[in-house]
Design a protein around this ligand. Structure first.
Ligand code: OGA
Ligand code: MN
Length: 279
């Protein structure tokens, strides 16, 4: 197994490992350490079935479901499907999932530690995913902004995200809304394993910064989101079928990008690892 850095701020490609078989403990220790240090891992050329994807994912922790239960696989409910494909008149997965910058499940009290996204079918062009290092974004802020935002908190809201991203769909049911009430998180979070700080923001899912007049809070949030999502801290992944990406939601944000969803199919399987409360 060989680890090859992708960019200075984020990403490592892990070569020479077939994830269909159980990963040896010492290899997994290196993988886990690399995730903490580089925030994003790329495994190319994999041929995983759902059970193998789930088994490798479980090494990282407990796996979570999703409020949109219709997109969880029946036989493997740990697998959440992202896709533009429809079968028998119904979508097989969530289309346009994550088309704005976010960290997964930040709308939960205990957001996701990380996720493992496996590409089954991808368009020949576009449909890339951006990943940004929120450590790098934090480090690059001027000292005055750092000390101003260090004590601040923000409201994260799935309902706010859903309303903006999926305005053309049926609204969330009362039951779904009750499952994802708004939550409060610090704007600056500490990585629980490395102690490094990162900027914890997001587009649409972050409704407001708490304790500031609305217009001042909105302006600050817009400025921080713009800074955090600058290409200088980011890596743009061009997918190939058989790619598995693992990312650390405690130190990154990511964003899907559009593609020709009439001409091409995109089918992705995601498992989501449980995390702890940001501090
Ligand atoms: C996700 C996600 C982006 C993509 O799986 O959490 O945001 O490009 N995916 O599919
Ligand atoms: Mn996501």
């Amino acid at each position: 197994m060989k680890l090859v850095p992708i960019t200075p701020h984020i990403g490592v490609e892990v070569e020479g490992i077939d994830l269909r078989a159980p990963v040896a403990d010492d290899d997994f220790t290196r993988i886990r350490h690399a995730l903490n240090q580089h925030s994003l891992l790329l495994f190319r050329g994999q041929t995983l079935n759902e059970a193998q994807h789930v088994a490798f994912s479980r090494r990282f922790g407990t796996l979570l479901g999703h409020v949109l239960t219709q997109f969880l696989k029946k036989e493997h409910p740990e697998v959440y499907v992202l896709s533009n494909v429809r079968e028998n008149g119904a979508p097989i997965g969530n289309h346009k999932e994550g088309w704005n910058w976010h960290s997964d499940l930040s709308y939960k009290t205990e957001p996701s530690l990380g996720a493992l996204l496996y590409a089954l079918e991808v368009p020949p062009v576009e449909g890339d995913t951006w990943f940004g290092s929120m450590h790098a974004a934090w480090d690059a802020l001027d000292a005055q902004t750092q000390s101003k935002i260090r004590p601040l908190h923000a409201t994260h809201s799935y309902a706010n995200y859903y309303g903006k991203a999926f305005a053309d769909r049926n609204p969330l049911s009362d039951e779904q809304k009750a499952a994802v009430p708004d939550v409060t998180h610090p704007l600056v979070r500490t990585h629980p394993e490395t102690g490094r700080l990162s900027l914890y923001v997001g587009e649409d899912v972050v409704k407001q910064i708490e304790g500031l007049p609305a217009d001042e809070g909105d302006a600050l949030l817009a400025r921080l989101n713009k800074h955090a999502t600058s290409p200088e801290f980011a890596y743009r992944h061009k997918w190939r079928a058989g790619d598995l990406l693992v990312w650390d939601n405690r130190s990154t944000m990511h964003r899907a990008t559009p593609y020709d969803d009439v001409a091409y199919r995109r089918v992705m399987h995601r498992t989501t690892v449980a995390g702890d409360r940001p501090f």
